[in-house]
Ligand binder design. Structure first.
Ligand SMILES: Cc1cc2nc3c(=O)[nH]c(=O)nc-3n(C[C@H](O)[C@H](O)[C@H](O)COP(=O)(O)OP(=O)(O)OC[C@H]3O[C@@H](n4cnc5c(N)ncnc54)[C@H](O)[C@@H]3O)c2cc1C
Ligand code: FES
Length: 319
């Protein structure tokens, strides 16, 4: 076996070179950002071989167990076979059950799988359009509460999947999905810690699943959910989240609308960094665009948060 194999393709890698640089030099489109083992944008998964410990530093135990590693700080010494995190093993057929607006720019898509589809709330799936392209979406439903899969999709004016969903898709249509992927799900070992959920825009989708999972599993520590939006119409599920604060005294909901003053006013990043007084004791989920997630993660780390207790789902655009 070659020192580095991507899928079934051997990739040339020089002694001392990291996997990310070898993939890019081979013309493979590998997502990346910091190139320093910090942002986890370059996560890949090893399916064979030994992963150097430095390439998994800061990952959760669940990520490590599944073979995830950061390509930018992975210098293999022994043969390593890797795949993209989102490489799909199999497809499942789904029927569109409902398409509703959660806000002027966010659609809720409910899909009924043809066969059983196991997942943990907060993981993501790849949704495939009839003409073949696919996009990743976080799963907001809970398998013990709903038989359908629920996605929250922000409509982009020039987006291909956005256009399909807003203009052409109807209840009863058939699509394919693959997955589930990712490790953005509640871990019982967090039960007694403060749990801090931070989402920007449709970054609320995985958190809506994670939150209900944590409550169902009897999370003991305080739970704080920060939801950031560019304007007040960007906040959604407000009534449902407020209702949960009434039912669960240890749950707080902190909406943040940029530029507004008042109970729901304020910048998400500042609210989290200033509001979290003891980040070294807490477990975090950060979901949304890469700029915000990267900045919040860095700010929390500088305040003492443990990297292995920060799970992040970055909504990177498709390559
Ligand atoms: C792990 C993961 C989970 C995700 N979960 C969700 C989710 O739950 N809900 C959700 O709405 N999206 C989510 N996304 C983003 C989603 O996969 C698509 O990128 C997004 O829906 C745009 O697809 P599109 O086909 O409409 O636009 P495209 O045709 O792919 O893009 C149109 C234009 O918009 C730009 N663009 C694409 N995405 C973004 C973005 N996020 N911010 C700014 N510009 C962008 C593109 O560069 C391009 O110029 C997730 C992404 C990842 C990687
Ligand atoms: S690009 Fe590898 S961790 Fe940021």
């Amino acid at each position: 076996m070659a020192l580095l194999t991507f899928g079934e393709t051997p990739v040339a890698i020089a002694p001392g070179e990291n996997v990310l640089s070898a993939l890019l030099a081979a013309g493979i489109d590998a997502p990346h950002s910091c190139r320093a083992g910090f942002c986890q944008t370059c996560l890949h998964r090893a399916v064979e071989g030994e992963i150097p410990a430095a390439a998994q530093q800061g990952l959760t135990d669940a990520q490590k167990a599944q073979g995830y590693f950061m390509a930018c700080v992975c210098v293999p010494e022994n043969p390593l076979k890797i795949v993209r995190v989102s490489d799909a093993p199999a497809e499942t057929g789904v029927v569109v059950q409902a398409i509703d607006r959660l806000s002027p720019t966010v659609v809720r898509l409910r899909l009924e799988p043809n066969v059983s589809f196991s997942y943990r709330p907060g993981q993501f799936l790849a949704l495939k359009a009839p003409d073949g392209f696919a996009r990743n979406y976080s799963i907001a439903s809970h398998p013990e509460e709903q038989s359908f899969l629920e996605l929250h999709i922000r409509l982009l004016s020039n987006g291909r999947m956005s256009e399909l969903i807003s203009e052409r898709l109807s209840p009863g249509d058939r699509l394919d999905i693959s997955g589930p992927f990712g490790t953005c799900f509640y871990d019982d070992s967090d039960r007694d810690r403060p749990l801090v959920l931070v989402g920007a825009g449709t970054g609320l989708a995985p958190l809506w699943g994670v939150l209900r999972d944590a409550l169902r599993r009897g999370h003991n520590g305080p739970i704080r959910l920060y939801h950031g939006a560019l304007d007040r119409w960007g906040l959604y599920l407000v009534d449902e989240l407020r209702a949960l604060t009434e039912e669960h005294a240890h749950f707080s909901y902190i909406p943040c609308v940029r530029g507004e003053i008042g109970p729901a006013g304020g910048d998400l990043e500042a609210a989290v960094i200033e509001g979290e007084r003891q980040p070294d004791l807490s477990s975090f989920f950060l979901c949304g665009g890469d700029g915000l997630v990267g900045r919040v993660k860095r700010g929390l780390f500088l305040k003492g948060a443990k990297l292995q207790r920060i799970r992040a789902d970055i909504f990177l655009p498709a390559p």
